[in-house]
Design a protein around this ligand. Structure first.
Ligand code: HDD
Length: 714
């Protein structure tokens, strides 16, 4: 299981290092994009370029008479409006996106000839779209669901799309089952419920009947399915792909994105509340992070397996329901991605972007994973109906920066004006152009990896795909105690919503019991079912028995509290100096303090200063923050103590295990709330206390508080 060693990053290239001329590159890129329209200082015109004199009144026969059909200005406007919507994506309809760039850490020529992985000086533009899977375009961001993590690399050899998820495995093994799976998870057909969730009969009916789903379902029941932020998710290419070098030597690879922000999640109660309090929570978080200069970064890495080692694992590398434990093959870092520019227009960019796993460049190739093979067909096909024809590659966000001359012509919405007479190849009329390019490395023609296949044509699943439970067990047994409890609660919640008892029983006895008997017993107990005594199949004991990389607790990130949001609760009579001190300390860490008052009106400090606030506490509840601070000031503390909204804010933050800090005279407030100090509930505003608070915010949750928080009614 040798993994090839790719060059390690030099200090100056590691993620987080600023690229000084990035602003110039961005400006240059945008100036090349003639399709970005800025109407500042421009006259209002029709689509045909005619200046409009009156955009308030339609043309009528008399001021009180009927409208006239000849009003081409109104007709053009309304016709366009009538056709403004396009079909949403079949899956992954709800999404948010951003522009950025990828930079290789070094030259990875030993692994691949792909140009964007050869030169650390080269900046490759990227566009990323994150998404949920189940819900429609307008559904909430924080529902329990898999998140899409799709990256389009605009390389100078063509576009490469890495269309992955925030989980390293998938529900099914063969693409022919995808429509069944999606029909089962989507809202039920008779009443179109539930929106954005899998807690319903058809989903659990399907997954309890199809054991290959067991591994992915346990990921979906884990905290990974309710990320704190799109910035705080890992990404995975899922399938085994191939990297091919200039000598034609291929290796299997699994792609990984590791966030510098750490991997963090919401709590279930928090996620549910956020879906109502701010349905745009994730897209807003990404947008604001970029606008405030907290540009998220990920490291792209690969697990590399030599072709000769393909069969050395206990599982099949072609089976997309399996991951390669990082203990067996570590992740080799290749480069970093930074997202530093928000879209100008959501529809034109985020909605119209079209990804396809089949978009690869020389140096990258597919494996025979039967799920991947089906995907190669599905994506282009779906764009044809979603984006109205086969010319979707001409929509600005999808255009490669590499030239793309071909003999393809016409079809709906063709935008290129192809010159010349010969739309065929070979031709002599147009000098034979455009011509093929030989595949040799220097010339760059795409050449498929030559793989010997000698087989019977057959509809069959390989026997090497038969083990469905050992990695689900590995996942459960690699979790911390808290994470295991969350998984138990998630299964109990979801199955508790299933109306048919037979489905609950089947999931507990035939799926969970094969994963882990304690998990099955705990869920059975919560559903009032007898605990199964044994599984229904013999499960292989896999190696390793635990994998540290699977637990989020082992991905704390390495940027401190940069970009984390802290609520600072103030009311009239607050001690102005105490507010300034905490705000300054947080800003010095590049965190985002926000002052919340009883209303949106400014408050008066004890020394009479007018202190503007960012929002009212009711408008920005605790679920929107990573931590809470209460500055000193007797009158302010008394006001908070007397306010139901403020008390609820603090109790809820405590219940959600948020780091909290109060200046010393906040003790009384704590006592009234019945809360006790702990590793993340701190009193005092000396630098030492601030530092403890920052550490707690960096750790994201005060896990030691979990038992005490159970009884808090928020
Ligand atoms: Fe898919 C969209 C990820 C299996 C068919 N998929 C879509 C998107 C992501 C994924 C991130 C949204 C892209 C965007 O933001 O526009 N899909 C995956 C992953 C899979 C997977 C990681 C398994 C490893 N998908 C899969 C299969 C099929 C599809 C097996 C069909 C056989 N997926 C589609 C699609 C979508 C799509 C219907 C809907 C919209 C689109 O493609 O552009 O073609």
């Amino acid at each position: 299981m040798a993994s090839k060693k790719a060059p390690q990053p030099k200090e100056s290239q590691v993620a987080g290092t600023d690229t000084p001329d990035r602003a110039n590159t961005n400006a240059k890129l945008q100036s090349l994009e003639a399709f970005r329209s800025d109407a500042t200082g421009q006259a209002l015109r029709t689509n045909q370029g005619v200046k409009v004199a009156d955009n308030q009144n339609s043309l009528k026969a008399g001021a009180r008479g009927p409208s006239l059909l000849e009003d081409f200005i109104m007709r053009e406007k309304i016709t366009h409006f009538d056709h403004e919507r396009i079909p949403e994506r079949i899956v992954h309809a709800r999404g948010a996106g951003a522009h950025g760039y990828f930079q290789s850490y070094g030259c990875h020529a030993e692994l691949t000839k792909a140009g964007f992985l050869q030169d650390p000086e080269k900046i490759t533009p990227v566009f990323v779209r994150f998404s949920t899977v189940q819900g429609p375009r307008g559904s909430g961001d924080t529902v329990r669901d898999v998140r899409g993590f799709a990256v389009k690399f605009y390389t100078d050899e063509g576009n490469f799309d890495l269309v992955g998820n925030n989980m390293p495995v998938f529900f099914i093994q063969d693409a022919i089952k995808f429509p069944d799976f999606v029909h089962a998870v989507k809202p039920e057909p008779h009443n179109e419920m539930p929106t954005g969730g899998s807690a319903h009969d058809t989903f659990w009916d399907f997954v309890s009947l199809v054991p290959e789903t067991a591994h992915m379902v346990i990921w979906a029941m884990s905290d990974r399915a309710i990320p704190r932020s799109l910035r705080m998710m890992e990404g995975f290419g899922v399938h085994s792909f191939r990297l091919v070098n200039a000598e034609g030597v291929a290796s299997f690879v699994k792609f990984h994105w590791k966030p510098r922000q750490g991997v963090h999640s919401l709590l279930w109660d928090e996620a549910q509340k956020l879906a109502g309090k701010d349905a745009d929570y994730h897209r807003r978080d990404l947008w604001e992070a970029i606008e405030t200069g907290n540009c998220p970064e990920w490291e792209l890495g690969v697990q590399v397996v030599a072709e000769a080692d393909e069969h050395k694992f206990e599982f099949d590398l072609l089976d997309p329901t399996k991951l390669i434990p990082e203990e067996l093959v570590p992740v080799t870092p290749l480069g970093k991605m930074v997202l530093d520019r928000n879209p100008d227009n959501f529809f034109a960019e985020v909605e119209q972007v079209a990804f396809c796993p089949g978009h690869i460049v020389p140096g990258i190739d597919f494996s025979n994973d039967p799920l991947l093979q089906g995907r190669l067909f599905s994506y282009t096909d779906t764009q044809i109906s979603r984006l109205g024809g086969p010319n979707f590659h001409e929509i600005p966000i999808n255009r490669p920066i590499a030239p793309n001359h071909s003999s393809q012509r016409d079809a709906m919405h063709r935008m290129t004006l192809d010159k010349g007479r010969a739309a065929y190849e070979p031709n002599s009329i147009d000098g034979g152009w455009p011509k093929e390019t030989p595949p040799a490395a220097q010339q760059g023609g795409f050449e498929s990896y030559e793989e010997r296949i000698d087989a019977n044509k057959i509809r069959q699943r390989s026997a090497s795909f038969a083990d469905h439970f050992s990695q689900a067990r590995l996942f459960f047994q690699s979790m911390s105690a808290s994470e295991q409890q969350h998984i138990i609660k998630a299964y109990s919640f979801e199955l508790g919503k299933v109306e048919r008892e037979a489905i609950r029983v089947r999931e507990v006895n035939e799926i969970l019991a094969n994963i882990d008997l304690q998990l099955a017993a705990a869920v059975a107990g919560n559903l009032g079912l007898p605990a199964p005594k044994a599984g229904t199949v013999k499960v292989k004991v896999g190696k390793p028995a635990q994998s540290k990389a699977l637990s989020q607790m082992n991905h704390p990130g390495n940027i401190g509290i940069k970009g984390r949001k802290v609520a600072v609760l103030v009311a009239n009579g607050v001690d102005g100096a105490s507010v300034d001190k905490v705000v300054k300390a947080l800003e010095a860490q590049s965190a985002r303090p926000m002052l919340l008052g009883p209303t949106s009106a400014p408050v008066k400090t004890a020394d009479g200063r007018r202190l503007p606030v960012d929002a009212a506490m009711e408008g920005m509840p605790s679920v929107m923050f990573d931590g809470v601070w209460v500055p000193a000031g007797k009158a302010s503390l008394e006001a908070l103590q007397g306010s139901g909204v403020a008390r609820h804010f603090l109790l809820e933050a405590y219940k959600h295990l948020k780091p909290m800090g109060l200046a010393v005279d906040g003790k009384l407030l704590l006592n009234t709330l019945g809360l006790k100090e702990d590793a993340g509930l701190l009193l005092g505003d000396q630098q030492k206390v601030f530092e403890q608070f920052f550490k707690a915010v960096e750790g994201h949750r005060v896990w030691v508080r979990e038992a005490a928080a159970e009884s808090v009614p928020a």
